[in-house]
Design a binder for this molecule. Structure first.
Ligand code: DAH
Length: 359
């Protein structure tokens, strides 16, 4: 007993203080504990709650607590145990919902890193604009082959054999026997193809690539693009042509744009004209671009020659019509000031990328 008493007293003091310290320490440790993985949570559980864990060890020490302290200390130990259990469960939950949180934290409205995309070619942009404007006036699109025969490009369009007008368009020939096969020099060939197959009313625009045997320079190329227009019906007049072209010019170049028609010559139209628009750079006052005239030429046009209607199986006594043809490069040059035609076919992406955003 003598040995026992001091020992008990010692043990009492020691255990009581020791246990309270330990309880506080465990609390603090758990409060500060974080766990990034399920394994880390499990390690905490083993460290504190397993049979050999620190909380269990305190529980085992409980038997050394003097009877009059047991109630208070028992309560503290139970509190500690549920605190530790709760805390570990909370860490576990945090971890599980952490994955969800991460998904929930993704801002779906944030713009993605922009991927470089292609831009439409300036000639396509302008060609589509031209088509849209005429589509708005009731024209539909017709297309024809780039490799053509003499009939569709020349003969049907009132170019007599050996007529000097054929020299206006330096032709690339594919073969010359038994018939001339060639790269079309203008999209007027599509007029013939449509008129041969269709009776009026005909109201079409024909976009496409054309070829001419020209030395390549800033101002000429061996291929370029045109949009042809054709309207055939009863009582179609030159006034109709003029109004449609005025509408086109104003939609393309702005509502202030003026037009003027100058007499000209094309084998397939009579009368023929060339159309100028008021210079869209100086507004008609005169500048370097329009060479001080205030006007720039944009297309050829006229009333379809009765010979052409006849050649295509349309009765010129019943029907009349107009036609026009314009160069897409020319219009693009006027709209976007591309000085050198060669830029259009060099495929320099720095040049090409400028246009979609220029609109
Ligand atoms: N085909 C002509 C050329 O390439 C352009 C043209 C002029 C077309 C007058 C027409 C027109 O339909 O009536 O130069």
């Amino acid at each position: 007993m003598r040995r026992c008493l001091p020992a008990r007293i010692f043990q009492f003091d020691y255990n009581n203080t020791q246990m309270l310290n330990k309880i506080n320490q465990i609390r603090q440790n758990l409060e500060a504990a974080t766990a990034a993985t399920a394994e880390a949570v499990e390690e905490l559980r083993i460290k504190y709650l397993s049979k050999k864990g620190e909380v269990s060890a305190l529980m085992a020490d409980f038997r050394n607590i003097p009877a009059d302290q047991k109630r208070e200390m028992g309560q503290k130990l139970n509190e500690l145990k549920s605190f530790v259990t709760d805390r570990i469960n909370a860490l576990k939950e945090q971890l599980a919902s952490g994955a969800d949180n991460e998904a929930a934290n993704i801002d779906l409205t944030r713009t993605a890193t922009p991927l470089p995309t292609g831009a439409r070619h300036p000639l396509s942009i302008v060609k589509n604009d031209i088509i849209d404007i005429f589509a708005g006036m009731g024209f539909t699109i017709a297309e024809g082959p780039e490799i053509e025969d003499d009939w569709h490009v020349f003969s049907s369009l009132n170019f007599p054999k050996d007529h000097p007008a054929r020299d206006m368009q330096d032709t690339f020939f594919v073969t010359r026997t038994p018939v001339d096969v060639l790269l079309r020099t203008h999209t007027s060939s599509v007029q013939t193809r449509v008129m041969e197959k269709t009776q009026p009313p005909i109201r079409i625009v024909c976009p496409g690539r054309v070829y001419r045997n020209e030395a390549i320079s800033a101002r000429a190329h061996c291929f370029f693009h045109q949009v042809e227009g054709l309207y055939i019906d009863k009582n179609v007049s030159f006034a109709d042509l003029k109004q449609v072209l005025l509408n086109f010019a104003r939609e393309m170049f702005g509502p202030e744009t003026k037009i003027r028609l100058r007499p000209s010559y094309f084998p397939f139209t009579e009368p023929s004209a060339e159309m100028d628009i008021s210079c869209n750079i100086c507004g008609g006052k005169g500048c370097a671009f329009c060479k001080g005239t205030g006007w720039v030429e944009i297309l050829g046009c006229g009333m379809v020659d009765p010979n052409v209607l006849k050649a295509c199986g349309i009765d010129p006594d019943v029907y009349t019509g107009y036609a026009f043809g314009m160069g897409v490069e020319r219009i693009t040059n006027l709209k976007y000031r591309v000085k050198d035609l060669r830029m259009f076919s060099e495929n320099d992406v720095r040049f090409l990328a400028e246009f979609e955003s220029a609109r």
